[in-house]
Design a protein. Sequence first.
Length: 429
Amino acid sequence: MPIKLTTKQKDFAKAFADFLRLRESEEKQVAGMVAEIIARIRAEGDKALLAYTKQFDRFGAMPENIKVTPHDIADALSLCQPELMTSLKFAAKRIRDYSQRQMPADLDYTDDQGVRLGHRWNAIDAVGLYVPGGTAAYPSSVLMNAIPAKVAGVDRLVMVVPAPDGKLNPSLLAAAHVAGIEEIYKIGGAQAIAALAYGTKTVAPVDKIVGPGNAYVAEAKRQVFGRVGIDMIAGPSEILVIADNKNNPAWIAADLLSQAEHDVMAQSVLICDDAKFADAVEAQIKKILATLPRREIAAASWEKYGAIFLIQDWQEAAALVNELAPEHVELAVENPDALLPNIRHAGAIFLGRHTPEAIGDYVAGPSHVLPTSRTARFSSGLSVFDFIKRTSLIAATAESLAKLSQYAEVLATTEGLEAHALSVTVRRT
């Protein structure tokens, strides 16, 4: 049964704290195995990469067959239904339009002491995109990762995707084609992350790695960080729905299950102020579960990690959201804009009864790659900002340097850095 708590109960604070730690003990300890894989890729390059690919993906990987060819992409496109291609192109356009609006402007001005200041933005040269391709294939994730990178101006975008038994889901290659990805390798797991970070004879290294994956992929990204940049360490999916009793219980139930069906460790939370409505949602969840192809996964997620919190007012709801800092938050209430300013920590917020989270997964525009496991307290979802970097610009004249120099000299001398001070002093004597 999902956890049921009410803010009225005396032990709520402790029970809620226990809920926050619920999934921590379930995390897999894979660091040692991942470190071994990375070390072997660094030492042996292609030899290790091909061996791991044969071992884990069960196909005779060779340097000449792990790279996807234009012929492979053409074959994949021929297998995709017209409605899929239309939907991919529709989603891509919306993601591209949103990303273009995010692009920041350079800054260049002269302050009142005559110093020219500013900054400029430049794209990262090469980015690796990890795409899951095992038990599930998500072409939407290809678009959500690749298109912001393209808009940002990344020159080289490399996609890696595991190919069990040497086969790839055609929809993934179709999405790559729509997104404009031309360099694709049939490799996955920690070995693919290591190849992207350190390079092999076949796979040239990149500067940053983005994209979701399993526990081994997440740990590999953690371990190569510093050698390359990474977007985030993504965990299981999460959704939190704040709903009043004016909603259709079936709608809210479907929204909660939309994330539960991802993974047995996904988490779905309902916050409402009406116990009868909560019961109605729970009844609808049981009814809908019986119809889902992934019912076993969704049921396991809801039973073990799901929760219903009964609150006395919406300010309590906002406080709980900020503590949970979930990946997705739906404000299915009469006036979501009134509650919105109080929600500070969330990966994405969906406003109103007619904005299901699934719209954000596919066609809204913002990337669906979002912070999980409470990391929305300090991080943001993937965007063009993950693919650009800011460089400061500073220019002083003789006159403006004279106005700043005495202060810089005092600070440098205080820190015992005499050459720092001298580099200023020699210019005004």
